[in-house]
Design a protein around this ligand. Structure first.
Ligand code: ASP
Length: 351
């Protein structure tokens, strides 16, 4: 651990904050005016109220705090390693993270932490913690409260990877960043909120994730990044599609389609997809619509994609779809096995 904000052994909630970077801890560079990540001490000095929570709080910080645009699977591994090493010693974990790729990290962590039975609450902010109107202080305090919350039987209220931002607690692998300006930066179109933050924090127990059985935590650390997005638009050319599908080493594609999972019906397009699938590529259909569930049998333009061998991503967010592909290939599965597993939920990421 890098540090502790308390010094007594008590029955108080014991929470570990993992600080990876993000706007929440940034300060303005005096010369360029650009926001740059800064260290955890600066961040915590700006939240004196934290001491009024009756919690024992320790922290672990990334050696170099990151703008989350620089996150890679190696950083996901680092976060999960810290959680695994400290799993028994803490009631819950708060991960401080930039908002830009928070939904990717949340999805990846949810797949990596099998049999998770403790809260992993990811938060950050739109304004740095040092600014007067910051949302960071409230988000951090609320995330700590969520991580400490117990159900009536004494078990953790939240037993999954969740994103806490402003007024809502979301399932992490269902959330998407939808605003770079609003304090309510995240939303989840296909899964209800886990809690609403108002005067109190109102939890919805009926929609919370609970791992089956009583197996201990099992972590998975491998990802395969030979994947990409293919984002469709009217007029997309054959040369561009074929070139992208021929990328060296490519194994999986998340294809962002129109509406309920539709795409061009031109012969060259369907042939290019079919050829790629026949070569062993896994192509997953997700909708470009925020609130779009793939229903490939609704229109001919969706049905032909299925015939070309494209599989349905149902209601997966694109963040969950691409991290899931990386995760499944990382487990050494064959393309056929990946196809089968893509259509089954791992951690509540799809219906
Ligand atoms: N670029 C920042 C990041 O993702 C944005 C933020 O934290 O809100 O690290």
């Amino acid at each position: 651990m890098n540090g502790s904000l308390s010094n007594t052994e008590t029955q108080r909630p014991h929470i570990l904050i993992i600080y990876t970077g993000g706007t929440i801890g940034m300060i303005e560079n005096a010369e360029s005016g650009a926001l740059e990540p800064f260290n955890f001490d600066h961040l915590i000095d700006n939240v004196p109220k934290i001491k009024r929570l009756d919690y024992d709080i320790d922290n672990f910080q990334f050696e170099v705090p990151l703008d989350s645009s620089a996150m890679t699977p190696d950083h996901w591994v680092q976060i999960v390693k810290v959680i695994e090493d400290n799993y028994d010693a803490y009631d819950g974990f708060v991960v401080l993270h930039g908002t830009d790729t928070m939904a990717y990290t949340a999805s990846a962590l949810s797949f990596m932490l099998e049999n998770l039975r403790k809260p992993v609450v990811i938060t950050g902010s739109q304004l740095p913690i040092g600014e007067v109107r910051t949302d960071g202080e409230e988000n951090l305090i609320t995330a700590l409260q969520v991580a400490a919350e117990k159900d009536t039987d004494g078990s953790p209220m939240v037993q999954e990877v969740a994103i806490l931002f402003e007024d809502y607690l979301w399932r992490g692998n269902r959330a998407t960043k939808h605003s770079s300006d609003n304090f309510n930066a995240f939303k989840s179109s296909h899964y209800p909120r886990l809690a609403k933050v108002g005067l109190g924090i109102r939890y919805r127990k009926s929609v919370m994730w609970r791992s089956e059985g009583n197996e201990p935590l099992r972590t998975h650390y491998s990802f395969d990044n030979h994947v990409m997005y293919l984002d469709l638009f009217p007029g997309i050319s054959e040369a561009v599609v074929r070139h992208q599908l021929a990328a060296p080493g490519l194994k999986g594609v998340v294809m962002k389609t129109f509406g309920s999972g539709n795409g061009p019906t031109s012969g060259w397009f369907l042939e290019a997809l079919k050829e790629a699938v026949d070569r062993g590529l896994v192509i997953v259909n997700v909708s470009q619509c925020d609130n779009g569930i793939v229903n490939p049998t609704r229109y001919l333009s969706g049905n032909v994609l299925t015939k070309a061998g494209v599989i349905s991503g149902h209601d997966l967010t694109s963040e969950a779809a691409i991290t899931k592909l990386m995760f499944l290939f990382g487990q050494g599965l064959t393309p056929e096995q990946v196809k089968t597993e893509m259509e089954k939920p791992i951690a509540g990421e799809m219906d």
